[in-house]
Design a protein around this ligand. Sequence first.
Ligand SMILES: [Zn+2]
Length: 131
Amino acid sequence: MDYLIEKVAYLKGLMDGLEIDDRTNEGKILVNIVDILHDIVHEIDDLNASKDELDEYIQTIDEDLSDVENELYGDDDDDEYTDDSHYIEVECPHCHETVYFADDLFDTDNELYCPNCNESIYDEELSDLDD
Ligand SMILES: [Zn+2]
């Protein structure tokens, strides 16, 4: 944009330097064309400035909206250990206490131990509790 403004400014300077006579018909037309060009590039520059302001404003609103969405629907990145649906309820076969395990623990080969009696809870005892 600055490039266009500079070119028109240069053209205006050139017209002064060449002493274009605005009392002739051609001179009047040229002076008016350059004036209009000058107005147009400055008008576009103003529009660009408002557009940049709007872009910034929209981005701020978008970020705020994301915050609201995360607040309402939960953020998939960090709700894994706060949302009850990610826990599996298990009755310990040893002490019969109801205990909870994060469901991603079942995706690993790690043995699960009851937090109440510290006995191992085997997968086969969970198979009929699977949801
Ligand atoms: Zn137990």
